[in-house]
Design a protein around this ligand. Structure first.
Ligand code: ADP
Ligand code: MG
Length: 666
């Protein structure tokens, strides 16, 4: 289509009509032949445009100048075959544009009718040379024809220009369209590219999805497998559940029977509780009765009792002569516990005659109990256990160990060396016993508290044996004071009162006391033998349910050595000091004896204040208290004199009967 459109345009471009117009001057110079040739392109042009007919018809007067008859031209025209095609159609179109219908003109054969007489094969008849006028007229006619022709061609040219312009505009529009199309093409291409990219992406995505699908399928398979397993497990669980339900039912049955049982047990328990309360009541009554009887027994035994203990002969000591100490059997025979002791002393002043052995004087003593050398610690304790227990019932108790130095007082009170449990003395045993009885009484509603103190009275000064830290071993002087204004209770100032509740604590206290004594014992004067050691245990019991309270002190006293100073000794400075000490000891021991006597004789004045010892023990001696004195005796012959003194002192004490003991009950 483009070609078809472009075609006439190219034709027009090549047709530079004005430049091809023959100039009148040159035409004249060329002659008729040249003129004909010069017209040839023009003819072609006319043929091409199909305007020949128009030109021919515009010159009606041409025949006289042409040799071609009108009929001939028509015949020729009829002979020309009708040509179809672009050219032909264009010619027709052009003609139709001029709105002048024309007859078909032979395109290949030029129309010679328009050619001047000198153009073409037949030349016009020549005017005689003289006919200048005619010639001039011919030339004028020719000139006129040329002018007309020129005018026609100008018009044609204008038309062609208009066509050209139109064609150019059309071309421009087409260019525009082409550009638009190109742009569209580019867009379409870009879109295609994008589409391709998207396609690529989609393919990748498809691949990915396929991959995932594969995975999903694997997963699905796994899940299916798992589901199967779970189903299996579920079946198992269901079976177990069923089993459990069966068991639950059985349990429920058992539970209901158990509940019935519980109900009956509860009833039974309630009955038991009532019974228990009744029994508790009875038990309490029995306990009170026990205490009363116990006390009665103690009273029957005497509120002051004296036990004599003879220590064994120690390794390395001289064997005493046979019969020095005898232990006659009691009225009930050898099965009875011994209560008597005989000491035989040779009378040296009378026994030297004729070299015969000095006569011996036998001294018999009777006590509440006599312990011969083989008696063990346990055996001794058993005898005093009931007395110790009286302190729990509210009776103050005092247990003394009296005797010369080395007779076994400390052994009896604290125990033997080396921490051997068999050799434990009265203090640890008494406390253990009290703790255990207190625990038993706890079941009956009694609560007990024990507070211990341990002091030493040396040369009428009181010192704390439980002192610790800076005061250890020395201990500031302690004073015996009333616990409060108007109070009967006595307390030792500067002394430690330690709450104890178990054996270990008591052991620790005894160990501390031994250490304190050892530190103080710097001088070789065996201070411990000249001092009294007083272990006091404050006991307080409470029965909150019945609002009962009871409490009494238990005193365990290791007295100073009772030996007297040998008056035959020369009195040096040291001896004088010892004498002073001994006097102090003897004074305090004799004060103890005097106090006991005064109590026994029910004297109005009891000289408690005459010694620190009796003052400290004031509340545990006398009417409401129970007292036990151990008289410790050495088995050695050399100690016979001192032994006799001790036994005499003890006998005096044993003869004392101190009024009826009263329990400290509130
Ligand atoms: P005291 O305290 O009266 O001065 P001790 O208790 O220190 O006397 O006894 C002196 C020595 O005799 C110590 O070595 C002690 O172990 C020992 N002793 C005392 N009584 C007995 C006893 N019943 N059995 C064994 N050894 C004893
Ligand atoms: Mg001692």
């Amino acid at each position: 289509m483009e070609q078809q459109q472009r075609h006439p345009l190219l034709e027009v471009k090549g047709n530079k009509a004005p430049s091809r117009l023959p100039l009148p001057g040159s035409r004249l110079k060329r002659g008729p032949d040249q003129m004909d040739n010069a017209l040839e392109p023009e003819k072609k042009r006319i043929r091409g445009l199909g305007t020949v007919t128009k030109i021919a018809t515009s010159h009606p007067r041409a025949p006289p100048l042409t040799s071609v008859p009108q009929t001939q031209g028509q015949t020729t025209a009829q002979k020309v075959p009708k040509k179809t095609g672009p050219w032909c159609s264009t010619a027709i179109t052009t003609v139709s544009k001029s709105k002048k219908p024309v007859a078909a003109v032979p395109a290949q054969k030029p129309d010679t009718s328009a050619v001047p007489p000198m153009v073409g094969g037949k030349k016009p008849s020549k005017r005689p040379a003289w006919d200048l006028k005619g010639q001039l007229g011919d030339l004028n006619i020719e000139l006129k024809r040329y002018r007309e022709r020129t005018q026609t061609l100008d018009q044609e040219n204008q038309q062609l220009r208009a066509q050209l312009k139109e064609a150019q505009q059309e071309a421009k529009a087409l260019g525009e369209e082409r550009r638009t199309l190109k742009e569209e093409l580019a867009k379409v291409q870009a879109q295609a590219k994008q589409g391709q990219q998207e396609l690529g992406n989609l393919s990748a995505r498809v691949l990915e999805l396929e991959e995932r699908l594969g995975m999903q399928e694997g997963l699905v398979q796994e899940l299916q497998k798992e589901q199967l397993e779970l189903q299996e497990e579920r079946r198992g669980l269901a079976a177990r559940l069923e089993e459990q339900e069966r068991r639950l039912q059985a349990s429920e049955v058992a539970l209901s029977s158990s509940q019935a049982e519980v109900a009956s047990l509860r009833q039974e328990t309630a009955a038991q509780v009532t019974l228990l309360a009744e029994r508790g009541e009875r038990l309490h009554g029995l306990e009170m009765e026990r205490r009363r009887l116990h006390n009665q027994l103690q009273e029957l035994k005497g509120n002051i009792r004296v036990f004599c203990r003879v220590r064994p002969v120690l390794p390395g000591e001289p064997t005493p002569p046979p019969g020095l100490l005898l232990f006659p059997a009691g009225p009930g025979g050898p099965s009875d516990p011994p209560t008597r002791l005989s000491l035989s002393r040779s009378d040296e002043r009378r026994g030297t005659l004729n070299g015969a052995p000095a006569p011996t004087t036998r001294h018999d003593f009777s006590f509440d109990r006599v312990f011969p050398p083989g008696s063990g610690q346990e055996e001794v304790f058993e005898e005093i256990a009931m007395l110790v227990q009286s302190a729990l019932d509210g009776y103050p108790v005092c247990i003394f160990a009296y005797g010369q130095t080395g007779s076994g007082k400390t052994f009896t009170m604290e125990g033997g060396p080396g921490g051997d449990p068999q050799l434990e003395g009265l203090i640890p045993r008494a406390l253990r016993h009290l703790f255990s009885v207190a625990q038993e009484l706890g079941d009956q509603g009694w609560t007990y508290r024990f507070v211990a103190s341990y002091v030493e009275i040396y040369n009428e000064t009181v010192r704390d044996l439980l002192a610790t830290g800076a005061r250890k071993g020395q201990g500031g002087e302690c004073k015996i004071r009333r616990a409060g204004p108007g109070s009967e209770e006595l307390t030792v100032t500067n002394a430690r009162y330690v709450s104890v509740s178990c054996e270990k604590e008591v052991e620790a206290l005894l160990y501390l006391a031994r250490q304190n004594r050892a530190v103080a014992c710097t001088a070789q004067n065996e201070r411990s033998s000249r001092s009294h050691s007083v272990f006091q245990l404050q006991i307080t019991g409470e029965h909150t349910g019945r609002g009962l309270q009871c409490g009494a002190p238990l005193n365990l006293v290791d007295l100073a050595g009772s030996e007297r100073l040998d008056p035959g000794l020369a009195l040096g400075a040291e001896e004088r000091e010892r004498l002073r000490e001994t006097q102090a000891i003897n004074s305090s021991l004799s004060t103890l004896g005097l106090v006991i006597m005064a109590l026994s004789n029910k004297e109005s004045h009891v000289p408690y204040r005459n010694s620190k010892l009796t003052y400290l023990l004031q509340n545990s001696l006398g009417g409401s208290a129970k007292m036990l004195m151990f008289v410790n005796i050495s088995p050695l012959e050399e100690n016979v004199s001192e032994s006799l003194n001790s036994l005499r002192f003890a006998s005096k004490v044993n003869q004392c009967v101190i009024g009826t003991a009263q329990a400290n009950r509130k």
